[in-house]
Design a protein. Sequence first.
Length: 143
Amino acid sequence: MIRRMEGADLAQVAELEKACFTENWSYGLLEAGLHSRFDVYLVFEQEEKIWGYCVLRLLAGEGEIQRIAVLPEKRRMGVGRKLMEAMVGHVRRNQIHAVSLEVRESNFAARKLYKSFGFAEEAMRKGYYHNPAEDAVVMWRRG
């Protein structure tokens, strides 16, 4: 089930961050974002456990997918796709016509998922990621 993230979810989401990202967001950053009027935090919950979460920022008529994470042992089960569907649905309901994201160049599975939702690779950000160092592919969905 996908639902809005709540304060009670912060500990699980912070652990999910550590499992998914070498440059993970802290508990405090997650908590601050949860209360931001510009951000939409969603979780995918199954069996009373958070399997994945995502963050969508809506600002100045555009959207940015800031985070999408799925527990490593729950990947390839459609969780990421369901989170993307929820974010794209939210974007449509709010009449946002341009959404961007950055993704590690080597993350071919994520790039394929994003392309299936109409995102196109438009630019590279050299040295964007650290630990390990890697370029970011900037993708946009317009229209």
